[in-house]
Ligand binder design. Structure first.
Ligand code: IMP
Ligand code: MG
Length: 178
């Protein structure tokens, strides 16, 4: 079993690179069907979704735009429950079909906050496409519209996801060893 150590913590291979690519291709097939004629704007949430967004967009064939935003916690707060500020959206999303690209939906607070902030700009509709979803961790909101892979409640790293900033570069996804 392949293992990595990041900042002193041990992780074991959980989802290999081929499986990730396969799931992303399958997700793109569904998106290409659903988004036909909608000229969507994809909004990828940095940093975590950079690899997923790059690979997903290679298989998206409908005419579309992609842009990137960051979210920041307000200073002095670090809980996922706290309001996050969206930074960097220059595009006008009024009356547009928006597809948020996320790395993972865990408790759901982040995605809920994002949807609420984008809603204020009057889009036609907002869909959520996430690489990973932890259904048992969901506290607010509902299941994302598009999920590539459902996973249990383990802490994971790799393929864009980090452990204290490290591990995003890994091609595979690893889970923490207990
Ligand atoms: P939320 O709990 O759904 O609001 O997720 C908040 C954020 O926590 C996600 O966007 C990820 O950046 C991060 N996160 C959640 N679960 C994991 C994990 O297992 N590994 C790395 N980051 C995670
Ligand atoms: Mg994230």
């Amino acid at each position: 079993m392949k293992e990595v150590t990041i900042l002193g913590k041990d992780f074991e291979l959980f989802i290999d690179a081929d499986t990730i690519q396969d799931r992303i291709k399958r997700l793109a097939i569904v998106l290409n069907e659903d988004l036909k004629g909608k000229d969507p704007i994809f909004i990828a949430i940095l940093n975590g979704s950079f690899m997923f967004a790059a690979d997903l967009m290679k298989y998206v064939t409908v005419p579309s735009e992609i842009t990137f935003v960051r979210i920041s916690s307000y200073k002095g707060m670090n809980s996922t429950k706290n309001m996050k500020e969206v930074m960097g959206l220059k595009e006008d999303i009024k009356d547009r079909t928006v597809v948020i690209i996320e790395d993972i939906v865990d408790t759901g607070y982040t995605i809920e906050g994002l949807i609420n902030q984008f809603e204020t700009q009057g889009p036609k509709e907002i869909k959520v496409a996430t690489l990973l979803f932890k259904p048992k961790a969901l506290v607010v909101g509902t299941k994302p519209d598009y999920v590539a892979i459902e996973i249990p409640n383990d802490f994971i790293v790799g393929y864009g996801l980090d452990y204290d900033g490290f591990g995003r570069n890994l091609q595979d996804i690893y889970k923490v060893k207990i």
